[in-house]
Design a protein around this ligand. Structure first.
Ligand SMILES: [Cu+2]
Length: 167
């Protein structure tokens, strides 16, 4: 290896080492879709749950109508919200979709809005990537990839939660 090449290689290695922890975003129309991810599951017999943040930088509301995932991942995907009833968190199917107000954001997160993956074909393991499509009223169909990973804050990843639900 000559010196120039050696310098290039070591520079590349340095750049790679300095790269921030990966995040991945998608844009469509006036929407910004930030880091779609899903929680690992301990078995395939529990539903999966997936999250992301969708920002609307436009001046017109949009609505997330549906999410689809390949049949080899799960039977179906549903949009769920979580409501508190007498101090107990319960999830509800968002049958009319979820609105993303103009200039605002729709956030999916544990114990809040989530995408429920029903009928998993195999358990969700850290490192898996799930191809999915989001269907918006105005922005149309947007392809994204959900990355299976532990929650960023490390909370609730002891597997205990998943015996009871996937909220
Ligand atoms: Cu749910």
């Amino acid at each position: 290896m000559n010196n120039t090449l050696r310098t290039i290689v070591s520079t590349l290695a340095l750049l790679l080492a300095l790269a921030p922890v990966a995040a991945h975003d998608y844009g469509a129309d006036t929407l910004e879709i930030e880091h779609p991810w899903a929680r690992p599951t301990i078995t395939q017999s529990v539903p999966g749950s997936a999250y992301m943040t969708i920002r609307n930088t436009g001046d017109e509301d949009d609505t997330l109508l549906a999410v689809t995932v390949p049949g080899e991942v799960a039977d179906s995907a549903e949009l769920h919200t979580t409501v508190m009833e007498n101090g107990i968190a319960r999830m509800r199917l968002a049958s009319g979709g979820l609105r993303i107000p103009a200039g605002n954001a729709l956030e999916f997160k544990p114990l809040g809005n989530h995408i429920m993956l029903i009928g998993l074909k195999k358990r969700l393991e850290t490192g898996m990537k799930i191809q999915a499509a989001l269907l918006f009223e105005h922005a149309g169909r947007v392809e994204v990839e959900f990355w299976v990973e532990q929650p960023a804050d490390g909370a609730g990843d002891d597997g205990h939660h998943e015996h009871h639900g996937h909220l």
